[in-house]
Write a protein that binds this ligand. Structure first.
Ligand SMILES: C[S@@+](CC[C@H](N)C(=O)[O-])C[C@H]1O[C@@H](n2cnc3c(N)ncnc32)[C@H](O)[C@@H]1O
Length: 318
C-alpha cells in the first residue's frame, strides 16, 4: 500500500516584476517599509518556529494553554467533523493540537511560504495517515478567496497566534469580512493578543537571545534575493517597541550609519538612525476584539482567556 500524500494547490505564483515593484515602492516611500509577508522565506519560517519556543514569546504557549483547557467547549461551540481551514498555517502544530477535539473531516492549510508548508504537511500526513489534507499556497494579504477544489462549506476558518494584529484595524475588518464569506456559513476560530504591561510586550518582540532580531533582519536577505538589492544585514539593528497610543508593537530595522542601498533601477539613502518599518502587531481588548468581529458581520461569539488575561481565543459564527 502506498502512503497517502497531502494534496498541494499552489496558487502563489507572484510575477517577479510585481514583487520587485512592490518592494521598491516600499523602500522609496517617505517612511521606508517592507511588508511582513516577506519575513517568511524558508529560514524566516524556521526562525518564527524558534520564536514560539522562547520563554519571552508568551502568545504561543498561552494560546496553547487555552486550547488544552477549553478543547471541549471550543468543539461544542465550533462543532466537529468540519473542514478546518488554517490561515497562515506555518508548521501546522496549532491546528494539529485541536484535531482530537475538532475531529475535522478535512484539513486545509493555507500559507504564502509554500516550501515550508509542504514540509510541514508531509510530516502531518505521516502522523495522521487517514486525514484528508490539502495545502493551499496563496498570498491572502490583498484578497482571501478559497478555491472550490477544497470542497464545499460550511468551513471552520482558523486564524490563531494573533496574526490578525498584523493588519491595521480597518484592514482587519476587511480581511475578516472575506474570511466570513469564505467560511460559507461556518465560523471562525481566532486568536487575539491582549493589551498588557509594556515590559512584557517589549520583551516578547525583542528577546535576549536575539531570535526575533534574526527573524526581522533576515528580511533584508529576502529583499536582496527578490529585488537584487545590496543590503548588508550587519548595517541594521532590530528595533521593537509597544506604542500605547496606537496599541501596537512596531518592528523596524534601523540603519547603524549613513548608507545607500542600491538595486537595479533604484537606490535609497538612509541616515544613521533612520528606520525601515517592517511589522505592526496590534493588541486588543476583549471588547475591541468583539467589536472588530461584529464590524465584519459575524454573529454569535464565544471567547476564552488564560488566567492572566494575556490572550483571547474567539469563536464567531458567520
Ligand atoms: C506569525 S506566523 C503564524 C504561524 C502559526 N499559524 C502560528 O500561529 O504559530 C504567520 C504565518 O502566516 C504566513 N503568512 C504571512 N503572510 C501571509 C500572507 N500574506 N498570505 C498567506 N500566508 C501568510 C506565514 O508564512 C506564517 O506561516
Amino acid at each position: 500500500m502506498t502512503a497517502r500524500r497531502p494534496r498541494l494547490l499552489d496558487r502563489h505564483r507572484p510575477a517577479p516584476a510585481a514583487l520587485r515593484e512592490e518592494l521598491a515602492a516600499g523602500l522609496l516611500a517617505e517612511t521606508p517599509r517592507i511588508s511582513p509577508k516577506f519575513l517568511y522565506d524558508q529560514l524566516g519560517s524556521r526562525l518564527f518556529a524558534a520564536i514560539t519556543e522562547l520563554d519571552a514569546y508568551y502568545p504561543t504557549r498561552t494560546e496553547a494553554a487555552i486550547f488544552a483547557a477549553r478543547a471541549g467547549e471550543i468543539a461544542a461551540a465550533a462543532g466537529t467533523g468540519c473542514t478546518l481551514v488554517d490561515l497562515g498555517a506555518g508548521d501546522c502544530a496549532k491546528a494539529a493540537s485541536l484535531f482530537p477535539a475538532l475531529r475535522p473531516a478535512r484539513y486545509v492549510a493555507v500559507d504564502i511560504a509554500v516550501d515550508f508548508l509542504v514540509e510541514s504537511l508531509d510530516y502531518l500526513q505521516f502522523r495522521h495517515p487517514a486525514m484528508d489534507i490539502t495545502g493551499l499556497g496563496c498570498d491572502f494579504s490583498s484578497r482571501l478567496e478559497l478555491p472550490p477544489e477544497i470542497g464545499p462549506g460550511p468551513r471552520l476558518l482558523f486564524y490563531p497566534g494573533s496574526s490578525i494584529g498584523n493588519f491595521s484595524p480597518d484592514d482587519a475588518v476587511a480581511f475578516l469580512r472575506q474570511a466570513r464569506a469564505a467560511s460559507q456559513g461556518g465560523g471562525l476560530l481566532i486568536g487575539f493578543d491582549l493589551v498588557k504591561a509594556t515590559a512584557v510586550l517589549d520583551r516578547a518582540y525583542d528577546d535576549e537571545l536575539g531570535v526575533t532580531a534574526a527573524f526581522n533582519r533576515n528580511l533584508l536577505n529576502v529583499v536582496n534575493r527578490q529585488l537584487g538589492a545590496d543590503f548588508r544585514v550587519a548595517d541594521f539593528r532590530h528595533v521593537a517597541f509597544f506604542d500605547a497610543a496606537a496599541s501596537r508593537i512596531e518592528m523596524h530595522l534601523e540603519a547603524r550609519a549613513d548608507l545607500v542601498v542600491r538595486w537595479p533601477g533604484g537606490e535609497r539613502r538612509l541616515a544613521a538612525g533612520q528606520r525601515i518599518h517592517t511589522e505592526n502587531s496590534y493588541k486588543y481588548t476583549i471588547d475591541g476584539a468583539g467589536r472588530l468581529l461584529a464590524a465584519a458581520g459575524f454573529g454569535e461569539t464565544h471567547w476564552w482567556t488564560d488566567d492572566a488575561d494575556w490572550f483571547a481565543l474567539f469563536w464567531a459564527a458567520a
